[in-house]
Design a protein around this ligand. Structure first.
Ligand code: CTP
Ligand code: MG
Length: 234
């Protein structure tokens, strides 16, 4: 395979509230992870899917994917942070893979057109590609307090230049692997994979994201995800 997707799914889903690990929570009766695997595997560009499972849940995830008719999907154990989990997923890729997409299990409804658009941009020569949408809220920078007291505003970035980034993020495999190994050795990180690559000084480009690629983070996101799924099924 030349193009692979790594799906980090080893998080706990603390912000979603009590229950099973987030990737295993159900949407329309099917675990979010299964939706995410199907959504990415459906894309024309994708030839291999690697799921990064909680380290104590590899066999449970294996059984789950087999039960949903997805025996060809590889499953590897993850780490304590998303960054660790992605690095472990990258390490499991065969040597032939040149383009890697990293897609959150927590974005189960991403359209396959978005996945293909990201993969295409990488194959066309961009070393790092992120799907993103314009920000709709005005964003304030503050002096964080954390104690519930009012927080002083320190700035208002120009909204027209801001983008909210999604996944899958697509990379030249070599570039992403190098970013992960270098920054990990330095004990550094970033909140997304593109951020790691930016630190190497590699150019990252944005392509249009999709509203339905939103991340399920808080309980209200589950309500929206169920509604999107019901609309698709209608
Ligand atoms: N992830 C992972 N390994 C971790 C932490 C996160 O593979 N140690 C994955 C999650 O499973 C998710 C994706 O990274 O698919 C995006 O992370 P996020 O939305 O933050 O999910 P969680 O970390 O599970 O949620 P929370 O932060 O609320 O606990
Ligand atoms: Mg998290």
């Amino acid at each position: 395979p030349r193009t692979a997707v790594v799906i980090p799914a080893a998080g706990k889903g603390v912000r979603l509230g009590p229950g099973a690990p987030k990737a295993l929570r159900e949407l329309g009766g099917t675990p979010m992870l299964v939706h995410a695997v199907r959504a990415t595997a459906r894309a024309r560009a994708v030839e291999l899917v690697v799921v990064v499972a909680p380290s104590d849940g590899v066999s449970a995830v294996r059984t789950l994917l087999d039960g949903h008719g997805l025996p060809e999907v590889a499953v590897v154990p993850g780490g304590d942070t998303r960054q660790d989990s992605v690095r472990l997923g990258l390490a499991a890729l065969p040597d032939t893979v040149e383009t890697v997409l990293v897609h959150d299990a927590a974005r189960p409804l991403v359209p396959d057109e978005t996945v293909d658009a990201v993969a295409r941009a990488v194959r066309d020569g961009a070393p790092a590609v992120v799907p993103a949408l314009p920000v709709t809220d005005t964003v304030k920078q503050v002096e964080p307090r954390g104690d519930g007291e009012p927080e002083p505003v320190t700035g208002t970035p120009d909204r027209g230049r801001l983008r909210a980034v999604q996944t899958p993020q697509g990379f030249s495999r070599k570039v992403l692997a190098e970013a992960h190994s270098r920054l990990t050795a330095q004990g550094e990180g970033a909140t997304d994979d593109a951020g790691m690559v930016e630190r190497l000084g590699v150019e990252v480009v944005v392509v249009p994201g999709h509203e339905e690629a939103f991340k399920v983070t808080r309980p209200l996101d589950l309500v929206l995800a169920e509604a999107v799924l019901a609309r698709r099924r209608a």
